[in-house]
Design a protein around this ligand. Structure first.
Ligand code: COA
Length: 388
């Protein structure tokens, strides 16, 4: 459909755009559950908060008649991409694309994406990629049918509600917080060789004020060598994860949930109040703004590390109980990641198939992209907490 109004695409300007973008975000719903419920993001006065911690970021707005009719965000970084010749690539990530409901199907969404791609190209980006729910038809069709993106990976988003009580951690497990240098060492030695999309600037992620820390779990009775060097002896079984404080970045809120689910949420809360000793995990009140902790960089070594990873997840849960407004713990794992079975999650709240789509922005990378798509999915996928 042709669009007869003039659309101007320009960079975001906090002073004139902040309130208008928040208003647009409120009017743009992103589906969450199958049955008529929607997820809203409250950026708490900073519409650029989701990308502010990335090494390079950009936000563009589409304006018509002095009204903001669309918005898009993008980030650039270097990541591992094992199926490419260099094993590394500069990638541009597209997120937060929203078009005002009354202005849809008028090429505003595609124009915003193309403008963001131009910014990527100017900054030497090899590949652009984006993530969407696989059932978001407008988004999937826009990227794949109109803009030449190819479905690439199908990770799972796992969501675990935080109960009010702490969970018991096995006495057979020891948990220790790592220094940043130790965490970075373990990431470079154990995660980089197997993970796709591992960020080159991991040290910056770990040093960010939103990074709550990295913890390891190992069998009780064994010791953890804190002086990690190339010959460092580690226990034969151990597990590791890092935690990111998304609670202080933005809040989420669910609206218009179907009656059976509403009743389910209310009744399990009721049960919890009446029978706290039953320890029934509540489904939190998602109708009020809530935040989450994001766990990332999960890694296990050794054949008997399942209990260790489960214990770490319980540890993160207990950490989250200390924040009233942290209602869920979120993580994202690759489609072939064996850890998926160990991470506690609610099937009701999780998204079993997120869809990542990718596009080569340089002619010489087109054949590389084919190799990436044909290659079996990697053992693990690194999801950058700064872009959640
Ligand atoms: C997805 C979204 C950004 C599309 O914006 P838009 O301005 O309507 O998109 P465009 O007009 O540029 O559409 C381009 C193409 O996308 C596809 N498309 C867009 N909306 C569609 C729909 N509702 N159904 C089917 N295909 C659709 C079509 O192929 C369309 O081309 P056509 O109109 O020539 O058939 C918009 O629907 C939106 O803001 N949705 C809510 C937020 C969201 O889901 N964002 C994406 C998160 S990744």
């Amino acid at each position: 459909m042709a669009y007869d109004e003039e659309i101007k695409i320009r960079s975001y300007n906090w002073q004139i755009d902040q309130l208008r973008i928040e208003d647009l975000e409120r009017r743009c719903t992103v589906g969450l559950f199958e049955s008529g419920s929607f997820l809203y993001t409250d950026t708490m006065g900073d519409p650029i908060c989701r990308i502010r911690n990335c090494p390079m970021y950009n936000m563009l707005v589409a304006e018509a008649d002095n009204e903001i009719v669309g918005v898009i965000q993008g980030t650039i970084k270097t990541v591992t991409l094992p199926s490419t010749a260099k094993d590394k690539a500069n990638v541009g990530y597209i997120l937060g694309l929203r078009v005002s409901p009354l202005r849809r199907r008028k090429n505003i969404g595609s124009s915003l994406v193309l403008k963001m791609e131009q910014w990527f190209i100017t900054n030497n980006v090899d590949f652009a990629y984006m993530a969407t729910e696989k059932d978001n038809k407008p988004s999937v069709k826009l990227f794949t049918c109109k803009l030449g993106y190819v479905p690439f990976r199908r990770p799972t988003i796992l969501v675990d509600p935080v109960a009010r009580h702490k969970l018991r951690i096995s006495s057979k497990v020891e948990i220790a917080k790592l220094k940043i240098e130790q965490a970075e060492y373990l990431y470079r030695r154990f995660v980089v060789p197997t993970a796709e999309f591992f960020s080159n600037d991991m040290d910056k992620i770990l040093r960010n004020k939103l990074s709550l820390g990295t913890w390891v779990a190992y069998p009780s009775g064994e010791s953890w060598n804190t002086d990690l060097g190339s010959n460092a002896q580690l226990p034969s079984n151990w597990a590791m994860l890092s935690v990111w404080n998304s609670v202080d970045v933005f809040k989420l809120r669910v609206s218009i949930v179907s009656m059976p689910r509403l009743l389910c949420a209310k009744s399990s809360k009721f049960i919890n109040k009446l029978f706290p000793c039953l320890k029934v995990p509540i489904i939190p009140d998602f109708f009020q703004p809530f935040g989450f902790y994001f766990t990332y960089g999960m890694h296990c070594e050794g054949e008997r590390s399942d209990l260790l990873m489960r214990s770490l997840c319980r540890f993160v849960h207990n950490l989250a109980t200390q924040r009233e407004d942290c209602k869920v713990i979120v993580t994202e794992v690759g489609e072939c990641d064996k850890l998926r079975a160990l991470i506690p999650h609610s099937r009701l709240l999780s998204c079993p198939e997120d869809l990542w789509c990718i596009k080569a922005l340089k002619v010489e990378e087109k054949h590389t992209l084919l190799a990436c798509i044909r290659a079996p999915p990697p053992k693990s996928l690194f999801v950058d907490p700064r872009e959640v």
